[in-house]
Design a binder for this molecule. Structure first.
Ligand code: GLU
Length: 498
């Protein structure tokens, strides 16, 4: 690509970072970084009633957690600021263009009340017509219209500004993802509001002014904005500006229901924050999201942000709906946990501390030991860090109950003999015995007593860990604390074998 690539992620701070928005941000980042372009964050906060406290901060914090960086934003002003629409509005950025459109008749002030609008809509519904705004100054000269404005103002009414839609036009563009699209101006529902009564510009207007002034070259965003594109194109047209290239990324659907992923799907976690809290790895989130509506050549599925950046190719953005498959996300996270135990460690420590199983300072001192525990416990069926706590709790931090089945193993003839032999062998082994040492001690008992299989292993495991099954016992013995194990065996003996 030869032109200067400038792309943007433009969140409205009306909520936390949703998977769909995170995808938009990630793909704009990839686009910019792959082509040495510029990645901009612009905050679209004109709908003040819907903004939430900390919405902006939470969005940016989550993007940073995913590993994204940006070149221009409210906290990193470049040459095209300010980067919040509310501040741009205060500076009169939009007013200038609204005034220009009002002056040349491409926009007008409308004083209809909400009751009037509702009545018009109802009448259209009753007549089985598609809802369509009815222009109230048809046939009037400019002077006559101005006179009407004055009349309404005198009644104390506040106007909105509406754009006069050129109904005969058709807007067409070659979408980077979807190919050629044409939408008739007639389909947008008639003259639409570009400035609200409170003086704020609406999204479809402000986005055009900002994308133009910020020299945005490509607009890559979600499928849900396709129907906004003709509205935006008519503003570019009216102001005599070049249109950026548009790309609308595939709809994300709920893999279970096949329907559009909706915030109401309560059984699907959809906010990046929620995954972060469960102990998902940021690399895994990026990996999963980077495959929603995009795929590389070949069969591999595990990629880092850097690898995605190098491979990025906008022609591989897919037209087909992207399936949100939570099982796949779990699998990807498991792959990343295996790749990088170091990255799991801070989260694991936090989880263990939260579960009151270890103190923060002990955990810091015992990092290598914890790494061994994870290795021995094995993360096969594990999807995220919080689940590791359940996996390592017993017996590394807390012993479970001794069940009746366990007591039967211990108190059988074989069980008693094995217990005595194991107690003696374990006590005799040095503190720094290896897994091989433990294994040969157990083999020695097997040979001496001629007891093998479950009758050999179960009493030993129960006496040591209060469990019948579990990870490889000789390996576990290396990381278990010797005094604790001796105490466990003494308790078992006193309670069940006297
Ligand atoms: N603020 C809009 C949104 O959050 C941005 C849409 C766009 O990229 O044009 O959906």
């Amino acid at each position: 690509m030869t032109e200067d690539i400038r792309v943007r992620y433009a969140p409205s701070p009306t909520g936390h970072l949703h998977i769909g928005n995170a995808r938009t941000a990630i793909f704009n980042w990839l686009f910019a970084r792959h082509y040495n372009g510029t990645f901009i964050i612009r905050i679209e906060d004109t709908d003040s009633a819907r903004n939430i406290a900390d919405g902006e901060k939470s969005q940016l914090d989550n993007l940073a957690w995913l590993g994204l960086d940006w070149d221009e934003s409210p906290d990193k002003p470049g040459d095209y600021g300010p980067y919040r629409q509310s501040e741009r509005n205060e500076q009169g950025v939009y007013q200038e263009f609204i005034d220009a459109l009002l002056a040349n008749g491409q926009a007008y002030k409308s004083y209809k009340t909400s009751e009037q609008l509702a009545a018009e809509r109802e009448a259209q519904q009753a007549a089985k017509q598609a809802p369509h705004y009815i222009y109230e100054y048809e046939g009037l000269t400019n002077e006559e219209r101005e006179a009407k404005y004055a009349e309404f103002e005198a009644q104390g009414l506040k106007p909105v500004v509406r754009f006069r839609v050129p109904e005969e036009k058709v807007f067409a563009w070659d979408d980077i993802v979807k190919g050629h699209i044409e939408i008739g101006a007639k389909e947008v529902g008639g003259d639409w509001v570009i400035q609200k009564a409170d003086g704020m510009p609406t999204y479809n207007f402000a986005v055009v002014v900002d994308d133009h002034l910020m020299k945005i070259s490509h607009v890559l965003r979600g499928d849900d904005h396709v129907s906004n594109t003709p509205k935006q194109m008519m503003i570019y047209d009216a102001l005599g500006w070049d249109v950026p290239k548009f790309g609308h990324m595939a709809l994300i659907i709920n893999g279970e229901t096949g329907k559009k992923l909706s915030k109401r799907d309560e059984n699907v976690l959809q906010f990046v924050e929620q995954y972060k809290e469960l102990g998902y790895q940021p690399q895994a989130m990026v990996n999963f999201i980077g495959l929603l509506g995009w795929s590389p050549k070949g069969e591999d599925e595990i990629f880092s942000l850097e690898e995605f950046k190098n491979m990025f190719d906008e022609t591989r953005l897919s037209k087909a709906n992207a399936k949100f498959d939570q099982k796949k996300l779990e699998w990807i996270n498991n792959q990343w946990m295996r790749r990088d135990t170091d990255a799991v460690m801070p989260q694991l420590i936090q989880e263990l501390v939260n579960a009151d199983l270890i103190s923060e300072s002990d955990a810091q001192l015992k990092k290598d030991w914890l790494a061994d525990v994870i290795k021995i416990a094995g993360v096969d069926g594990i999807s995220y860090t919080r689940e590791i706590v359940a996996l390592v709790r017993k017996p590394f931090f807390e012993l479970g109950d001794v069940t009746d089945e366990m007591v039967d193993y211990l108190t059988s003839d074989d069980g008693r003999k094995v217990f005595d032999a194991w107690e003696a062998a374990y006590t005799a082994l040095p503190n720094d015995a290896t897994a091989e040492d433990y294994m040969s001690a157990i083999r020695g008992i097997q040979n001496d007593l001629e007891i093998k299989g479950r009758n050999l292993w179960n009493p030993i495991r129960i006496a040591t860990t209060h469990e019948i099954q579990g990870p490889n016992l000789p390996e576990m013995l290396v990381v278990l604390d010797k005094n604790t194990v001796l105490q466990t065996m003494a308790d078992i003996k006193q309670k069940y074998l006297n």
